[in-house]
Design a protein around this ligand. Structure first.
Ligand SMILES: Nc1ncnc2c1ncn2[C@@H]1O[C@H](COP(=O)(O)OP(=O)(O)O)[C@@H](O)[C@H]1O
Ligand SMILES: [Mg+2]
Length: 372
């Protein structure tokens, strides 16, 4: 587990911004099993933070504890300077959006959005005004009188978002809100949610198992595994400087090779030898992103602008055309390496069995220890 300035219990984070939401040792146990293990996190005001990790890693449990829907076993939840750990949900001033839209089927869009305000006994004219404003934010004014079943999935999720925003929550909590939508709509909604979050300057926690969503939408990414925090950082941090092999392989595609570091800046992998940054020793795993590698003809002389490069010879095993990319699988000394290249109208190496070489810059090699 990594401890960074952003995780400490102080009132401001390293960039000087006020902490809005703080989790201190937040823990949830179900009998013997630990769903969330002593999570420390500080979310600055106005930031959109992603909780990212595989299914079952404790994202929903964390979010529901913040919302007051699940009682923590241990630890504290602090908003501003108020400890809200045992405060009831309805007093927490948080807006919630779930994967299942959870709309009232018999109520119109406008009624669904108005519901939270009616529960809070807001005067009728103000309800009307605020419902209109919230539906405007999600571009649904024209559909205010429809029933949820008369809407597409994307529109229903917009209603759910309007319903969360209409109460003007201080914190917005979203649990996989885009997972039920098709790919194109997901892209649109990503941008829409980000735009609304930024224009309102609202602090938000976004749960997702999709690394693209986390990287593209959020200010910070909190990578979780097995109820624990693996790394907290900006999208660029966690992608370019992953703290562990788990983070490297979960956040983006990567090639993984196990070897032994010689202490002189080289690593032997079977009969192969590659150069790595620094002078690690002992058993290591090296990782290289497929798009950082280049496929060339065997024996070709490549000039990589005076950079230190690794070069491994192999045979082309498979070529996959995925529209914008060509993915090459290369058999290198018995290991399979995937290389990605921008697809130039589908042109590229095509013949399986072709002798090729894989090149990459030494500095693009990530190295992790594997213990003794
Ligand atoms: N009510 C419960 N009783 C027992 N175990 C639970 C309960 N809710 C969740 N869990 C377990 O806690 C872990 C974390 O679950 P969850 O927070 O839903 O994960 P995620 O949202 O990351 O997929 C899982 O192993 C899950 O099976
Ligand atoms: Mg979940």
């Amino acid at each position: 587990m990594m401890h960074q300035t952003v995780l400490c219990g102080s009132a401001t984070v390293s960039d000087g911004r006020d902490v809005h939401l703080r989790l201190d040792g937040l823990t949830k146990r179900y009998g013997e099993s630990v769903a969330v293990a002593a999570l420390d996190l500080a979310v600055p005001k106005g930031e959109l933070v992603a909780l990212l990790g595989p299914s079952g890693c404790g994202k929903t449990t964390t979010l529901r504890m913040v919302a007051g829907l699940i009682k923590p076993t241990n630890g504290r939840i602090v908003v501003g300077s108020n400890d809200i750990t045992i405060m009831p949900t309805y007093r927490r001033d948080m807006g919630l959006v779930f994967q299942s839209y959870a709309l009232f089927p018999h109520m119109s869009v406008a009624k669904n959005v108005a519901f939270g305000l009616e529960m809070r006994s807001v005067p009728k004219p103000e309800i009307e005004r605020r419902v209109k404003e919230a539906l405007g934010m999600v571009r649904l004014e024209a559909l205010a009188e429809r029933k949820p079943r008369e809407l597409s999935g994307g529109q229903q999720q917009r209603v759910a978002l309007a319903r969360a925003l209409v109460i003007r929550p201080s914190i917005l909590l979203l649990d996989e809100p885009l997972s039920n939508l098709d790919a194109k709509l997901r892209d649109e909604m990503r941008n829409e949610i980000r735009d609304i979050q930024q224009s309102l300057g609202i602090t938000a926690v976004f749960v997702t198992h999709d690394q693209v969503e986390a990287l593209s939408m959020c200010d910070k990414v909190v990578v979780m595994q097995g109820g624990k925090l693996e790394q907290v950082g900006t999208p660029v941090d966690v992608y370019e400087h992953p703290a562990s092999p788990f983070v490297a392989s979960f956040v983006g595609r990567t090639n993984r090779l196990k070897g032994t570091a010689q202490g002189d800046g080289s690593v032997t992998i079977g009969a192969m030898k590659v150069l790595v940054p620094g002078r690690p020793g002992g058993k290591v795993e090296i990782m290289v992103r497929p798009h950082r590698m280049k496929l060339v003809e065997e024996g070709s002389v490549e000039d990589v602008a005076g950079q230190e490069v690794n070069r491994l010879a192999g045979h082309l095993k498979r070529v996959t055309f995925v529209g914008d990319l060509l993915q090459y699988s290369v058999d290198v000394g018995g290991a399979e390496i995937v290389v990605e290249a921008a697809s130039d109208h589908g042109r590229g190496f095509r013949i399986v069995g072709t002798p090729v070489a894989v090149l990459w810059r030494v500095e693009d090699t990530m190295v992790f220890g594997r213990g003794a």
